[in-house]
Design a protein around this ligand. Structure first.
Ligand SMILES: [Fe+2]
Length: 151
């Protein structure tokens, strides 16, 4: 029987993944303008990834004797692509943190769970890295615009 602390942490993760499903879906719905062609699909993929993680974690919580949460945290709504990207980076960073916390609890207790959490953790870190790179280009692009406007 898994500890209640571990199951609670997995439910914190599940709540966060449900938040990702809603937030990324919302971004894919409301994004308009020239970048919709690129980022609407990208946010849709992130929503699907969150749903995939939610399914894995939810099933594991039940297997461990817990009850998976159905609630989620509030969605950060915006119509600005830049804010969507910053919120996405923030979302992925929090996910990395939550999975690391769950790993600390599972380590030495449940090896298969550690393996599962590590695989998902890698995907979360890929999300952090990707949004970091996108925002780096975004910021330098803004800087280039500012320079040309000043000239
Ligand atoms: Fe996830």
């Amino acid at each position: 029987m898994a500890s209640s602390e571990l199951i609670d942490k997995l439910n914190d993760i599940l709540r966060w993944e449900w938040t990702g499903v809603a937030q990324y879906s919302q971004y894919s719905f409301v994004l308009t303008g020239i970048w919709r062609e690129v980022y609407s699909g990208r946010f849709g993929e992130s929503a699907s990834e969150s749903f995939g993680h939610a399914k894995q974690i939810g099933q594991k919580i039940t297997a461990l004797g817990g009850v998976p949460v159905v609630e989620r945290d509030p969605v950060k709504q915006t119509g600005s692509l830049h804010e969507m990207l910053m919120n996405s980076l923030c979302f992925e960073e929090t996910a990395v943190q939550l999975y690391q916390e769950a790993l600390a609890l599972a380590d030495g207790v449940d090896r298969p769970l550690v393996v599962m959490l590590e695989e998902i953790l890698l995907e979360e870190q890929e999300g952090v890295d990707e949004f970091t790179l996108i925002l780096r280009d975004y910021d330098s692009g803004e800087m280039a615009d500012a320079v040309s406007n000043a000239g």
